[in-house]
Design a protein around this ligand. Structure first.
Ligand SMILES: *Cc1c(COP(=O)(O)O)cnc(C)c1O
Ligand SMILES: [Zn+2]
Length: 393
């Protein structure tokens, strides 16, 4: 049984029923978050109840928004490995550096968590068609989980998305379209309105953070119900940070972990860093990135994060940081992770390690800190980006 209660606006605190399809706050446009009756759950939802539940991330179903588990769209996503580093951490002066390997999820990225919960919940409240725009992994995950759950997926991909993304989406047989204008969300808004489809874009769909929240639950559980000191996260829309922060808050309210948040570090590319700019200028919201977007193609291409106000608040409240890295640093670090740990991650993960290195040098990360880098996707998705040259025999 789910302890879900209602939805609450993160800007004006207006509340909404959870049984009706709704995207953002109808009063102010703020992102909505699900609220649970944690008072009632206290003492009933425990460490032991998770251990006895189903495999994967649905073990936390009492803190997920779906009431009837029979219809859920699942492929045993989640419960991904937390890997201590064998060489890289020592090399960087962060011996307690760990990777949470989200590349092990069914479609190869952490987007599967949001899609599994999102599709399951939307299905439960009667939605049949979902539209969303994506430059990559979210489109793949939603195409897959819609197929699994029997919903119609309408995915608008940026025309310059990688061939890997296009091939993966194609395989699931949804309604896939290309947008030559890039990753533009308002096209999906128009399609949703014209066709009566549900629009599921980052921080405009209240159920996606609920799925990604399980990443935070698992990090705590896999550390023996402890909260790490620092989490370095490659940021696009910032949903991953919001979701993990919410997870640690809920666990603390249930008395399962101590009341502590990690210092969240939002990592962006120098060529698309609206959050870093706003953070450094002390602003509460970001300005849309109008310079040419210049990044290693992947999941960090968001010119104006919809819930920027929330992400910035979390970075400041937890004593965190926002930091930018270059493409060159990313390519170099990308291979370093493979060489030292035998972990073939996506380039997004490389940005977090390049950032961790800088933050260790600046003293923000201390030698004694436990630091978790989220491997948001497997490197196999990015193979077309790499052109190695080898000598002939
Ligand atoms: C979506 C994505 C991100 C960014 O996540 P947000 O929650 O939008 O900040 C990072 N890495 C990969 C591989 C992604 O697919
Ligand atoms: Zn509101």
């Amino acid at each position: 049984m789910s302890y879900l209660n209602h939805l609450e606006c993160t800007k004006c605190s207006a509340t909404f029923e959870q049984e009706k399809p709704i995207t953002v706050c109808s009063k102010c446009g703020g992102s909505l978050l699900a609220r649970y009756d944690l008072q009632a759950a206290k003492g009933k939802v425990t460490k032991a109840s998770f251990a006895n539940a189903m495999p994967g991330m649905w073990r936390y179903h009492e803190l997920l928004p779906v009431n009837n588990l029979e219809g859920i769209a699942t492929m045993y996503e989640g419960m991904t490995p937390m890997m201590p580093t064998v060489r890289l951490g020592k090399q960087l002066g962060i011996p307690n550096l760990l990777f949470k390997n989200e590349g092990m999820n069914p479609t190869g990225s952490f987007k599967d968590r949001g899609a599994s919960v999102g599709v399951s919940k939307l299905k439960e409240i009667g939605v049949t068609d979902i539209v969303m725009s994506s430059s990559g992994n979210a489109g793949v995950a939603w195409a897959a989980y819609c197929a699994r759950g029997g919903l119609n997926a309408h995915i608008v991909l940026a025309a310059d998305s990688s061939d890997c993304v296009k091939a993966q989406c194609w395989s699931f047989g949804g309604d896939i379209r290309l947008n030559p204008g890039g990753h533009v969300a308002n096209i999906t808004g128009e399609l949703a309105k014209a066709n009566g489809w549900f629009e599921s874009n980052t921080m405009r769909d209240p159920w996606r953070p609920e799925g990604k929240k399980t990443m935070g639950f698992e990090i705590a559980e896999q550390l023996g119900w402890k909260i790490p000191d620092v989490i370095v996260f490659p940021t696009g829309g910032g949903l991953g940070i919001v979701a993990m922060w919410k997870a640690f808050q809920e666990l603390a309210e249930l008395g399962i972990v101590e009341k502590k948040q990690p210092r969240f570090v939002s990592v962006q590319y120098e060529g698309c860093a609206p959050l870093v700019k706003a953070f450094n200028e002390g602003k509460e919201v970001s300005e849309p990135w109008t310079d040419k977007i210049d990044i290693v193609p992947g999941g960090m291409r968001t010119a104006k994060p919809y819930a920027d106000y929330l992400v910035l608040r979390i970075l400041r409240e937890t004593g965190g940081q926002a930091i930018a890295v270059s493409k060159e640093e990313t390519y170099k670090t990308w291979q370093l992770i493979s060489e030292t740990e035998a972990l073939f991650a996506g380039p997004e993960t490389a940005t977090t390690i390049a950032a961790a290195q800088k933050l260790r040098e600046s003293g923000f990360i201390r030698e004694s800190d436990s630091v978790v880098s989220i491997v948001t996707a497997t490197g196999i998705k990015y193979v077309p980006l790499i052109h190695p040259e080898f000598p002939s025999v």
